[in-house]
Design a protein around this ligand. Structure first.
Ligand SMILES: NC(=O)c1nn(CC2CCNCC2)c2c1CCc1cnc(N=C3C=CCC=C3)nc1-2
Length: 316
């Protein structure tokens, strides 16, 4: 039985009692049982882990302090942690606790047991329109939240869109994120480049990043267009044998739709894959995210319903 405080005077000292209902028990390395690795970054490892007290599963991102300092990544690690801490949305991986030991930093995050949207696309694309609209709407709402918190993700791609146990999305990896001033301008002295040295795929990079211009919210809507294209065609729009050739195709807007691509989706993608950020759907100049919500692609979609509480579509 949980010990109830006998009187207000004892309430404070009881907070040290782990059984006290208000005790927000901090976590340390030893509070978890560690399982298999979920992924390796250049200076981090992500491990499935179970909280011994609650049996709840988490993903713990372990960052090597020495490696971060040696490779001058401290700024990116702080940006990632600050960005994650601001997020409070079902479509985004939640950061529960952080702690450290002498060699590593630990971030305790939501576990997304069903892996990457990328794997789902590889196995099941082309998705039908209902499934595509579902995942496009969830991605749109998660991006809207990220931008409302003054953050640009800058690395949206199917590998970073994870799936939870009910097949709803969880966006992850804010290692390339950037903070915005309130008027969608880059923070002074912010990073124009990103921590990503294109070790991952270059296929979703925005044209403005390739022109070394500021990458703002519009860069995430470019990537959104690429993901919608890929869910309906099974392939990303800008594919080539090398990063250099991919960049050429992006800069020249060199992509084509498969014959059976649904016309209303084609119209949406064509308004997102626009080289000039100020002319891109979702951009501030064109009415922001509402211009995408009101596009015919989302005809009849009820944005007032919480899609993250609905049942995800069965994939044939
Ligand atoms: N970089 C990260 O923060 C991160 N990396 N991963 C692992 C995969 C991410 C996508 N690309 C491959 C590695 C995670 C996280 C956050 C937190 C997180 C939560 N759940 C999972 N779940 C997975 C389940 C099956 C396969 C891969 C990941 N993964 C992660």
């Amino acid at each position: 039985p949980i010990k109830q405080p006998t009187s207000s005077s004892t309430a404070v000292t009881d907070l040290d009692d782990p059984n006290h209902p208000l005790h927000h028990h901090r976590r340390t390395v030893n509070d978890f049982e560690y399982g298999h690795a979920l992924g390796e970054g250049s200076y981090s490892t992500v491990i499935a882990a179970k909280d011994k007290k609650t049996d709840k599963q988490y993903a713990i991102k372990k960052l090597d302090k020495a490696h971060i300092v040696k490779n001058d990544k401290v700024k990116y690690v702080m940006i990632e942690r600050d960005a994650l801490s601001r997020m409070n949305h079902l479509g985004i991986v939640k950061l529960y606790w952080t702690f450290r030991d002498n060699r590593s930093l630990y971030y305790v995050l939501d576990l997304a047991p069903n892996g990457e949207l990328y794997s789902l696309i590889r196995r099941k694309a082309p998705f039908d329109m209902e499934t595509t609209r579902f995942y496009a709407a969830e991605l749109l709402l998660a991006l809207e939240h990220i931008h409302d918190k003054g953050v640009v993700h800058r690395d949206i791609k199917p590998e970073n869109i994870l799936l939870d146990d009910n097949m709803h999305i969880k966006i992850t990896d804010f290692g390339s994120a950037k903070f915005l001033e309130q008027d969608n301008k880059p923070v002074a002295g912010g990073t124009t480049g990103s921590s990503r040295s294109f070790v991952g795929t270059a296929e979703y990079v925005s044209p403005e990043l390739l022109r070394s211009e500021p990458t703002l919210k519009e860069a995430d809507w470019w990537a959104f267009g690429c993901v919608v294209f890929q869910m309906l065609s099974g392939k990303s729009p800008f594919k080539a044998a090398t990063d250099y050739l991919i960049f050429q195709k992006i800069k020249n807007l060199e992509y084509e739709f498969p014959d059976a691509f649904p016309p209303v989706a084609k119209d949406l993608v064509q308004r997102l894959l626009v080289l000039a950020p100020e002319k891109r759907l979702g951009g501030e100049a064109l009415g922001g995210v509402d211009a995408i919500k009101n596009h015919a692609f989302f005809q009849g979609f009820d944005w007032q319903q919480d899609i993250f509480k609905q049942t995800a579509p069965e994939l044939a």
